[in-house]
Write a protein that binds this ligand. Structure first.
Ligand code: COA
Length: 257
């Protein structure tokens, strides 16, 4: 585990390979609401022969300093600060769900080092079921217990479902409420055509939180985009179908580097 300090708060991250050149191509993965670096375990382990692979933990998550944010643009500023502190010069940012909102925000006003983006379980608007937001405050144990079932397809392995349930039920419901509130306010549907960066869009065919329709809209609105729908996967497609997911990312990186 490594840390970058930005504006007095530490951001935790894992990087593979551990020794890297800041001038090489780096993929920075950003997790979704209530997530952490382990959401990208199979990408950290499976893609580091292609490029530098970094999975950061957003403020308030994993081993990063508290608190979290409840605004996508504040998270985006932190991620940009993180990347600039590391001195990376050629970056592909790939975000899932809340991470995809952060990634779109960065791509709308891209820094020179941002070369391409990946949107996973994504949407240009991420309205959240009001019942879920309310339940996180009024009956947090039940709400957290249900989260894994929203995030996974029905064909997810018992092992993955158990691991995700354990992770969410031991999370801070207020942190996840803040993340989902950030998603709920996010809406760039009318600005999407301003994104000019090469973009890969990946969605699980059984995604219950950001249905395939949302990815189709991204694909139709972002000129330089390609879209892949992966079967037998839900919102956390990178955990449910890592080999197929990694193959798509590998192919995309081959086109942009
Ligand atoms: N891309 C494309 N279309 C979108 C969209 C997106 N990102 N977000 C919404 N839309 C569409 C909807 O499909 C809907 O189209 P329709 O009128 O043809 O059915 C329309 O825009 C309005 O939808 P929405 O803004 O979501 O409002 P709503 O009042 O219909 O529904 C929710 C609100 C919360 C019930 C609904 O958004 C939902 O079920 N969301 C998914 C579950 C969730 O909580 N996801 C968490 C995301 S992190």
């Amino acid at each position: 585990m490594s840390y970058v300090e930005f504006e007095g708060r530490r951001i935790a991250y894992e990087v593979q390979p551990e020794s890297f050149d800041a001038n090489d191509l780096a993929v920075v993965f950003i997790h979704g609401s209530g997530g952490d670096r382990n959401d990208w375990r199979f990408q950290l382990d499976g893609l580091s022969d292609t490029c530098t692979v970094i999975a950061l933990e957003l403020p308030g998550h994993g081993l990063s300093d508290q608190p979290g944010e409840s605004d996508v643009s504040k998270y985006a500023l932190r991620v940009e600060g993180f990347i600039e502190k590391l001195g990376l010069t050629k970056v592909v940012v790939v975000g899932c769900s809340l991470g995809s909102a952060i990634t779109q925000t960065m791509a709308l006003n891209p820094k020179p080092w941002l070369k391409a983006i990946g949107l996973v379980g994504a949407g240009a608007r991420l309205r959240v079921m009001p019942s879920l937001l309310e339940a996180l405050l009024s009956m947090p144990d039940k709400a957290l217990d249900n989260l894994a079932d929203y995030c996974l397809s029905d064909s997810a392995s018992d092992q993955l479902r158990t691991a995700m349930k354990l992770k969410y039920t031991s999370s801070d419901p207020l942190l996840i409420h803040g993340d989902l509130s950030a998603c709920d306010k996010f809406d760039v549907m009318k600005q999407l055509s301003l994104i000019k960066l090469p973009t890969i869009i990946i969605v699980g065919a059984q995604d219950k939180l950001t249905p395939v329709k949302y990815s189709k809209f991204l694909n139709e609105s972002i000129g330089a985009s390609t879209m892949t729908v992966i079967d037998n996967a839900g919102h956390l497609v990178m955990l449910e179908q890592p080999e197929h997911f990694n193959m798509q990312i590998r192919r995309f990186l081959g086109q942009i580097s």
